[in-house]
Design a binder for this molecule. Structure first.
Ligand code: PRP
Ligand code: ZN
Length: 300
C-alpha cells in the first residue's frame, strides 16, 4: 500500500506539441476527463486522475514513438501516418487507425501554376514535382503510369515552381489560401485526411484495458458532441406525428402535464443534431415550449 500509483501500469499517448492538431488533441483528452499538469513546454505530462502519460512531440515523430512502443497510442493526421507507411519498409505496418477524430481535415493534392497547360495526369509525364510526401505521391504516380521526377522538400513546397525548383507541387491543402496566394491551382486530390487515433500492437493485457477505457470515453465524447436533448409540449393526439419528426431518437419520455389532459411533455435525446427546420416542423405539428440543450456527457 502507499506506493500503489508507482507500480500501476500507465498507458502512453503521443500527441502533436504544436501545429494544426495540437489544441484539439489536448481538448479531446480534457473532454475525456483527463487532467494534465499545465506546463506545455515539457515533453511529458502525467495525468493525476487517469493512468496516462502524454508525450508532446512533432507529428512526424509520432509513428516512430508507436513503432518502438514508447507510446501505445498516438493522435496524428492520416497524411503523416500513410506517408510513413509508404516509405517505411514495413516498419509502420503494425500501426492501426482505430478511430477517426473529425478534426484536422485536409487533403494531399497536386497543384500547378496558373497558366500551366494541365489536361489530366498525363500532363505531368516527365515533369518535376516538389513535395514532402514522396511515398504517397510516388505510389499515386506509379498507379497511374506516370513517370515524373520527385523533389523532396521539408517545407515551403509552394514556392518551388516560382523558384524553378519544380514544375508543379504536391502538398497539403486545407483552406486553399496557401495555393491561392502562390498562384497555384489544385488539380488532383491524392488523399483526404483527418486526425485519427492510432494504436500499435498492444501486448500487455492491463495496458490494452486502459486503452479500451480511453477509447470508450472518446467515443462517448464524440456521440455527446453531435447529440442534443430536446424538451417540448405536445398535443396528446399529435404525439405520433411529433415522435416521427424527432431526429434519431430512440424512445422519448412522455410525461403528463399537471392540470392538462390534452397536452403531454416529451423529452428525447436526438443523436443527429436538431436544426431550425426540425423545430419548425415540430411547431407545425402542434408542439410548443420547444427547448434544445447540448449534452455534456453520455454513456450507456
Ligand atoms: C500545410 C501545407 C501548406 C498549408 C496549406 O502546412 O504545407 O503550407 O498547410 O493550408 P491552407 O490550404 O489552409 O493554406 P502546415 O501548416 O501543415 O505546416 P507544415 O508544412 O510545416 O507541417
Ligand atoms: Zn508537420
Amino acid at each position: 500500500m502507499g506506493h500503489r500509483m508507482d507500480s500501476e501500469k500507465r498507458l502512453k499517448i503521443a500527441i502533436q506539441k504544436s501545429g494544426r492538431l495540437a489544441d484539439m488533441s489536448l481538448q479531446l483528452l480534457e473532454k475525456c476527463g483527463i487532467q494534465l499538469s499545465k506546463s506545455r513546454d515539457q515533453l511529458l505530462c502525467r495525468s493525476q486522475n487517469f493512468p496516462l502519460d502524454v508525450f508532446l512531440v512533432r507529428d512526424d515523430d509520432i509513428p516512430a514513438f508507436l513503432a518502438t512502443d514508447v507510446c501505445q497510442l498516438g493522435v496524428l493526421g492520416q497524411n503523416v501516418l500513410r506517408e510513413k507507411q509508404a516509405v517505411g519498409n514495413g516498419k509502420f505496418a503494425g500501426l492501426v487507425e482505430e478511430l477517426p477524430l473529425g478534426y484536422g481535415r485536409c487533403r494531399l493534392s497536386i497543384a500547378v501554376p496558373q497558366g500551366f497547360a494541365y489536361d489530366g495526369l498525363a500532363s505531368l509525364q516527365g515533369k518535376t514535382i516538389a513535395t514532402s510526401y514522396k511515398g504517397l505521391l510516388g505510389a499515386y504516380l506509379t498507379a497511374n503510369n506516370i513517370s515524373a521526377d520527385i523533389v523532396t522538400m521539408e517545407g515551403a513546397v509552394e514556392v518551388a515552381p516560382r523558384t524553378h525548383l519544380a514544375d508543379v507541387i504536391c502538398d497539403l491543402v486545407s483552406t486553399g489560401n496557401t495555393l491561392i496566394s502562390n498562384g497555384l491551382v489544385e488539380t488532383d486530390v491524392i488523399l483526404q485526411s483527418e486526425a485519427v487515433l492510432v494504436k500499435n500492437q498492444i501486448a500487455d493485457a492491463e495496458i490494452a484495458q486502459l486503452c479500451d477505457k480511453l477509447m470508450s470515453r472518446i467515443k462517448a465524447v464524440q456521440r455527446a458532441a453531435q447529440s442534443r436533448y430536446i424538451m417540448l409540449n405536445s398535443p396528446t393526439d399529435s404525439l405520433a406525428a411529433i415522435k416521427a419528426v424527432l431526429p434519431g431518437s430512440q424512445s422519448p419520455t412522455v410525461m403528463p402535464l399537471q392540470g392538462r389532459d390534452d397536452m403531454v411533455a416529451v423529452h428525447a435525446v436526438c443523436e443527429e443534431g436538431v436544426f431550425w427546420d426540425t423545430m419548425e416542423e415540430l411547431k407545425a405539428n402542434g408542439a410548443n415550449s420547444i427547448l434544445v440543450v447540448p449534452i455534456e456527457k453520455m454513456l450507456d
